[in-house]
Design a protein around this ligand. Structure first.
Ligand SMILES: [Cu+2]
Length: 353
């Protein structure tokens, strides 16, 4: 109702403004130039606006790069990540070059060929040579980008099963993630949403011997430089597993298993020690410190200092707590990983307890 009233008020305000401008025009008297057709003076003004607007766009662009380029993700922490980054960089570079050139031409031409009384526009109906040039250049560029993209895509998506990857299931539900390690046999036991009952909250088939040694956890540990094959399942709605630092994302679809594989290349410790992350964490903690002081003044609990961790975030708006649907990832050495995994209880042990 309030929105409706605000809209009506704004509309009435606009009508008032329009009527006032009419009165203002009329009050200028019969001698004033009241024609609706632009004269040389108007054209000159508009042409200058075009130039000013071009400067505004370029300054805004440069400022945005300077101000926000530090929000880029850090160096990719997976083996295929640099390929994704290169593809992205080339695409953006080409778009930027074309954008800067065409924007400049558009605004400069509007200025240079502004309307002048008595000037006639040069006009020709078609020019095959020009049309050929402006068609063939985008065709070659786009074909190049698409072919390069396809090669990169198939390189990333085709998982080499001979490399004997560690198989881990990522199980999504509103609003949390669980990881299921395949255990000694490296084979995941059968699972279905129909088997969910009591403590069996990911729906493992208890009659399947492969499932007996599976290990279900709420934190995802990964050994560095080992290929991992992720199998994704969802209990309820469409989710999307987004691993930004590893440049990976896969839809998690109820009723089917999707998959994606990569090898992490940078441990959590190494990433924390990187120049980028030290800087970022320091900035975050400075903000937290200021906020904590405010909280303390209001008699509330101060914030804990932030420490970097990899994570999976949900990248499909899946419900009210979607924004907070994430799982911590710890990339560590193989020894640390094995030590951690051996401490986790198997599904069989978990159900017997
Ligand atoms: Cu979700």
């Amino acid at each position: 109702m309030t929105v409706f009233l605000v809209i009506i008020a704004l509309a009435l305000l606009a009508v008032t403004g329009w009527q006032l401008s009419k009165i203002f025009e009329l009050s200028k008297g019969p001698g004033a130039d009241s024609t609706q057709i632009a004269n040389d003076n108007d054209n000159r003004k508009q042409a200058r606006y075009m130039l000013w607007f071009m400067i505004f766009i370029y300054v805004g662009m440069a400022y945005s790069f300077w101000k926000w380029s530090k929000l880029y993700l850090p160096e990719a922490a997976s083996d295929h990540g640099s390929q994704v980054d290169t593809l992205m960089f080339i695409s953006i570079a080409i778009i930027m070059i074309v954008q800067v050139l065409t924007q400049a031409l558009l605004h400069w031409f509007a200025y240079k060929y502004q309307g002048k009384k008595g000037n006639k526009a040069l006009f020709f109906a078609d020019n095959d040579k020009l049309e050929f040039i402006w068609t063939i250049i985008p065709v070659i560029t786009l074909a190049g980008l698409i072919i390069y993209g396809l090669f990169t895509w198939s390189d990333i998506m085709n998982i080499d099963e001979d490399s004997d990857p560690i198989v881990i299931e990522i199980y999504a539900k509103q609003f949390s993630w669980q990881a299921r390690y395949a255990g000694e046999d490296n084979t995941l036991g059968k699972a279905n949403v129909r088997f969910i009952e009591g403590r069996n909250n990911v729906g493992l088939d208890e009659s399947d011997p492969y499932g007996e040694d599976d290990k279900i956890t709420t934190v995802l540990h990964l050994p560095v430089n080992k290929p991992v094959l992720f199998k994704f399942r969802s209990q309820d709605v469409l989710h999307s597993a987004y691993f930004p630092h590893f440049r990976a994302q896969m839809n998690v679809v109820p009723g089917m298993v999707t998959q994606f594989g990569f090898s992490p290349t940078i441990t959590t410790e190494e990433m924390r020690d990187s120049e980028y992350m030290v800087d970022k964490v320091q900035t975050i903690n400075e903000i937290r410190k200021d906020n904590s002081e405010k909280l303390r003044a209001e008699g509330e609990m101060p914030l804990d200092p932030y420490e970097f961790d990899y994570f999976i975030a949900c990248n499909k708006i899946c419900g009210e707590a979607h924004y907070n649907m994430q799982m911590k990832i710890i990339v560590e050495t193989e020894e640390e990983y094995n030590a951690w995994l051996s401490e986790q209880s198997t599904f069989g042990e978990f159900m017997d307890n």
